[in-house]
Design a protein around this ligand. Structure first.
Ligand code: SF4
Ligand code: SF4
Length: 247
């Protein structure tokens, strides 16, 4: 399961504007527009201070989450030319993506707006992924407990070897809920060869910045405060049984 990156790991590359240079797998220096990251941090600070003054309703939680997404996407657009990621490149969409209640709530809204036909397809795919996870958990000795984070993580590791696409990945290898995809899908920018993103290869080297770290922390905070839910679960888990309606 893709979980929060360890932003404090010194062995991971971090972007410092200008120096030291970050080189991608094509041998190009990754250029980051001056002020882009600083402005994004200042914007996230503003969102955070508005969150502090809020009454913590679900609706305002969704609004703040969209603002966080917009800020992160702006950084993503700014660095995209130097990254390996491109439209239709989707090996990264074959893992379980860790998602908070707020993020799941936006996905649920998207599903509702997309009409019954798509909902049926997505729900069928979601059920299949959940059934596979449960099967994999049962097959371990002793069986993994999917209600614990440890059990979930070890089962997701096995799941990734099954090479199953995310329930929302279209046949054209594009995300069908792109505007509402969760944060981890938005901050997954890779510097190494896309082939390193395949489940049995890699690991890929990812672009890191304090912007993503801060966005991630705010995302967790607002899910706890605005949605009253601290859980972090793979996307399909939010849409089964008791979790079927979130937000
Ligand atoms: S994370 Fe890897 S697989 Fe996904 S778009 Fe980027 S390079 Fe491609
Ligand atoms: S939500 Fe979209 S971007 Fe994220 S893993 Fe699924 S298909 Fe890929």
């Amino acid at each position: 399961m893709t979980t929060s990156p360890d932003f404090n790991d010194p062995s991971l590359p971090t972007i410092v504007v200008g120096h030291p240079a970050i080189i991608n797998f094509r041998g190009e220096e990754v250029l980051v527009a001056s002020g882009l990251l600083e402005e994004a941090i200042a914007d996230l600070d503003r969102v955070e201070s508005e969150m502090e003054k809020d009454t913590f309703s679900v609706e305002s939680g969704k609004r703040f989450l969209r603002q966080i997404y917009e800020i992160v996407d702006r950084v993503g657009e700014g660095v995209a030319p130097g990254m390996s990621c491109h439209s239709g490149c989707s090996a990264c969409c074959r893992v379980m993506v860790a998602t908070t209640a707020g993020e799941a709530s936006l996905i649920e809204d998207r599903m509702e707006k997309s009409g019954p036909e798509k909902q049926v397809v997505w729900k069928t795919e979601i059920e299949k992924r959940n059934a596979l996870l449960e099967n994999l958990a049962r097959r371990q000795t002793p069986p993994s407990d999917l209600t614990t984070f440890k059990g979930l993580l070890e089962t997701c590791e096995m799941y990734e070897l099954e090479n199953q696409p995310c329930p929302f990945l279209g046949g054209d290898r594009l995300c069908q809920i792109y505007e509402d995809r969760p944060l981890l899908c938005r901050i997954c920018w890779v510097l190494t060869d896309p082939a390193d993103c395949l489940p049995d290869a890699g690991p890929p080297v990812k672009f890191r910045t304090r912007v993503f770290e801060k966005a991630h922390a705010l995302c967790g905070l607002l899910s706890r405060r605005h949605f009253g839910d601290h859980r972090v679960s793979p996307i399909p888990f939010w849409f089964q049984g008791d979790n079927e309606r979130v937000g």
